[in-house]
Ligand binder design. Structure first.
Ligand code: UD1
Length: 417
């Protein structure tokens, strides 16, 4: 297992090309199971999670060809079974449920099991498939779903906003008979990207990006070429990196609109933000001011940037309250930040963060993807040498992290533990 040794205290300065979005690429890869011809995806990020999804698709029987920046998915599924060994590695494997059920009428997908950031049930995914006419049985740790004569469109009103359940439903409903209406749908940019790709394959989806999505089912989906949108969470992480090190970073190849919620908060903390069509520049020359946030579904403040933002508040001037409304156990970074001398108290779903002018280096341990990168930012902002162990989580979601940061003046080394 590798560790990162970070010699911190430098301002980050430079320009970073943002990679394709992990959370867009995963459902797009799953949608390849539905097309009768070839789905060609470009800008797929090279990450442990995309490798896991590709391995699952190959296990199911489709062929994947990868050239430098393009990936092609072709062929028929031969096995309608997503086994525990593959699903437990990555919860997003549940996204094969809708495509396989809709196209082949029967599927067995392992329940994902526990997860570091809360229980994260899949009840809404299952319920939505039932609303489309599937017969679902839970047995031996597996979801077994089937439909006799295909799925049938329906009106689906989600009781809570779920990104993954909205995606599974959009994919399944694309091949259902008749019209499906999803009410209280997730509005994340990754949903827009999936809807656009499915439409390029011949689906008839409107309203993606709003909370009311209409899907008119079609008989088959053919091939398409699609480019994955930029990763707004990766971009937001580097934006916070610029603020916390009082540096100056330009993010390239992004849609800045997708970062509105973060940029509005960073401006309140005192950072300067300049925005172009496909870039944003974040700079800061003073210690941040404390500003409260609460995570919300898009277009609110993303839960996937909560840990990174807490690192900024741990070094800010004043006290702030950070409330996590999406996941019930997403403060694993707090004890590690406290090891670096941060002053943070957890109070239920909120944290009270008393900013300190300096954190202190300490050996820390990464616990999940975003918690890990929060520790990288904390180490970059702290004079001295910080060691972060168990960094395999980072490789799930950040492509070439050290290279990108080192090109901006960071001093990060990866070493075998
Ligand atoms: C996706 C993202 C993840 C992000 C999250 C919220 C991917 C691959 N992952 O995860 O990075 O943190 O959105 O923006 O895109 N819930 C249920 N039952 C369900 C499904 C969800 O109760 O069947 C609950 C969850 O426990 C959570 C809330 O709904 O409290 C939102 O979760 P959801 O939007 O589904 O997250 P994911 O799609 O898993």
């Amino acid at each position: 297992m590798d560790k990162l040794v970070i010699d911190g205290g430098q301002k980050l300065s430079g320009s970073i090309k943002i990679s394709g979005a992990k959370n867009a690429a995963l459902p797009l890869l799953a949608s390849g199971l539905m097309c009768s011809r070839t789905l060609q995806l470009s800008n797929v990020p090279e990450l442990a999670d995309t490798v896991s999804m590709i391995a699952l698709l190959e296990h199911l029987g489709v062929q994947i060809a990868r050239t430098e920046n393009k990936l092609q998915i072709t062929g028929e599924v031969k096995i309608l079974d997503a086994p525990y060994e593959q699903v437990r590695k990555m919860r997003a494997s549940i996204l094969v449920l809708g495509p396989l059920l809709a196209r082949y009428g029967s599927v067995k997908v392992s329940l994902p099991g526990g997860c570091a950031i809360g229980t994260r049930p899949v009840d809404l995914h299952i319920w939505a498939m039932q609303q489309l006419g599937a017969i679902v049985e839970l047995a031996d740790g597996y979801i077994k779903a089937r439909c006799k004569n295909g799925l049938v469109g329906n009106k689906i009103v989600f009781p809570v906003v779920s990104v993954g359940a909205t995606e599974n439903t959009m994919m399944a409903a694309s091949l259902a008979k008749g019209r499906t209406q999803i009410i209280n749908a997730a509005r994340e940019p990754e949903i827009i990207d999936l809807g656009n790709c499915l439409n390029a394959m011949g689906a008839e989806i409107t309203g993606h990006g709003t909370d009311n999505i209409i899907i008119d089912g079609v008989d088959t989906l053919s091939g398409a070429s699609h480019s994955v949108i930029a990763d707004r969470i990766e971009a937001g992480t580097f934006a916070i990196g610029a603020a916390v090190t009082q540096g100056d970073i330009t993010l390239r190849d992004i849609n800045p609109v997708y970062l509105n919620a973060l940029f509005a908060v960073l401006e309140q903390t005192g950072a300067t933000i300049q925005i172009g069509d496909d870039w944003a520049r974040i700079s800061s020359n003073a210690r941040a001011k404390s500003v409260d946030i609460a995570t919300q579904p898009y277009p609110g403040f993303p839960t996937d940037l909560q840990a990174q933002y807490m690192c900024l508040m741990a070094t800010a001037d004043g006290s702030s309250k950070i409330t996590e409304t999406i996941f019930e156990n997403r403060f694993m970074h707090v004890p590690e930040l406290i090891r670096m001398s941060a002053d943070i108290q957890i109070d239920g779903r909120s944290c009270i963060v008393h900013g300190k002018s300096d954190l202190k280096p300490a050996p820390v341990m990464a616990t999940d993807l975003r918690a890990s990168v929060c520790l990288v930012l904390a180490a970059l902002a702290t004079a001295g040498t910080t060691t972060i162990s168990r960094i395999y989580h980072l490789d799930r979601g950040y492509a070439n992290l050290e290279e990108k940061l080192n090109n901006c003046g960071a001093r990060i080394q990866r070493q075998a533990e």
